[in-house]
Design a protein around this ligand. Structure first.
Ligand SMILES: [Zn+2]
Ligand SMILES: [Zn+2]
Length: 363
């Protein structure tokens, strides 16, 4: 028996319930969570903007301690510290064979097909194969990555989604180079990780756009050279900072058609527009046939920072250890599991960068 936040209906608050995890099967790992970040994709699933089988346990940005492993598990053992990987790549599909594990076409299906948990006899689904709004979870072996024991769990949790998504968007997807100009729309956990990735990559101009004054100030502390209030004329401000051309790269970290359209306009001819935010399935973006040709911009989607997590989690954690990435500043709130609904409400209002659910050492 473990306590978990269960989503029973789109739009309803999560209910904290006692759930029964299945016995740890072959290829599975049971993890006692120590920290789980509240990510915008959780909010989107809870509110119905992203569709997911229900009832479900959200939470996919987690870290904790392995407490049990299935018979054939070889990469981790009880006592190991791990970060959850929400795209547990199969290693054998077309995409995995091309070294694009973030696009694995078996990850989601395999994660949902594995035995997981029940509440009051009813089967639950672990959101993104993680189910991390819970004291314990049961995941595929390939959904955990072992991490050094001196990494704080809350930092390890954020590396499981926001940091890898943002940093990876800059380094893996856009391949920002020294001297480039970058604009970031949306300065939550992902956007602030884009800002830090751009600083790490040596971008000369890093413009952070957000509606929140607090988040703009935080972006400046973490490496933004300039900030723009999202209610102002963002295009004029960005052009003024880029010799009238527009930025080499624009990152959209909100997931809305309107801001994707803005990101496109903020980019120079031949520039690079990266859609990092997960938007609604029915939110449309319009482009004219002429502008797509004439502006010669690249418009690319970026899932999970185009990351190979077995390479990128350790890489990011070593940049944290050396002080090159300041991940502590991303955390703007810590809550117990019982307060998760309030944290989702605050995120919806645009308050704070990252709230982390923290769990006691033993339950
Ligand atoms: Zn996430
Ligand atoms: Zn695969």
């Amino acid at each position: 028996m473990t306590r978990a936040a269960v989503l029973r209906d789109t739009g309803a608050p999560l209910s904290i319930e006692d759930v029964d995890l299945a016995p740890t099967g072959p290829g599975q790992v049971r993890v006692r969570l120590r920290a789980t970040g509240v990510c915008h994709s959780d909010l989107s699933i809870v509110r119905g903007a992203l569709r997911h089988p229900m009832p479900a346990v959200p939470g996919h940005e987690g870290a904790g301690v392995v407490v049990d492993v299935g018979s054939d598990v070889t990469t981790v053992k009880p006592g190991d510290h791990v970060t959850l990987n929400w795209t547990p790549a199969c290693g054998g599909c077309f995409f995995c064979a091309r070294n694009e594990p973030w696009l694995c076409d078996r990850a989601a299906a395999d994660a949902l097909a594995a035995p997981y948990a029940t509440s009051k006899g009813e089967a639950l689904a672990p959101v993104l194969g993680a189910g991390a709004f819970a004291e314990e979870t049961l995941v595929l072996e390939r959904a955990v990555v072992r991490i050094p024991k001196d990494v704080p769990f809350e930092i390890a949790a954020l590396v499981g989604c926001a940091v890898t998504t943002g940093f990876g968007a800059v380094v893996n997807t856009a391949k920002v180079r020294r001297g480039d100009s970058v604009v970031v729309i949306g300065c939550g956990g992902v956007g602030l990780s884009i800002v830090q990735g751009a600083r790490y990559a040596g971008a000369e101009t890093i413009v952070a756009v957000d509606l929140s004054k607090d988040k703009r100030a935080l972006a400046k502390d973490l490496g933004a050279t300039d900030t723009v209030d999202g209610t102002e004329d963002v295009e004029a401000a960005v052009r003024a900072l880029t010799q009238g051309r527009g930025a080499d790269h624009a990152f959209e970290a909100i997931g809305r058609g309107a801001t994707i359209r803005t990101a496109y306009r903020l980019t120079r001819r031949g520039g690079n527009v990266v859609v990092v935010g997960a938007g609604r399935y029915d939110d449309k973006v319009e482009f004219s046939a002429l502008e797509l040709f004439f502006q010669a911009r690249s418009l690319v989607g970026c899932v999970y920072g185009s990351a190979d997590v077995t390479r990128d989690f350790p890489r990011i954690l070593s940049l944290y250890a050396s002080g090159e990435l300041d991940l502590d500043r991303l955390i703007t709130g810590r809550i117990p599991l019982d307060d998760v609904n309030e944290a989702l409400d605050a995120m919806e209002r645009g308050v704070g960068a990252r709230t982390v659910v923290v769990f006691a050492e033993t339950s």
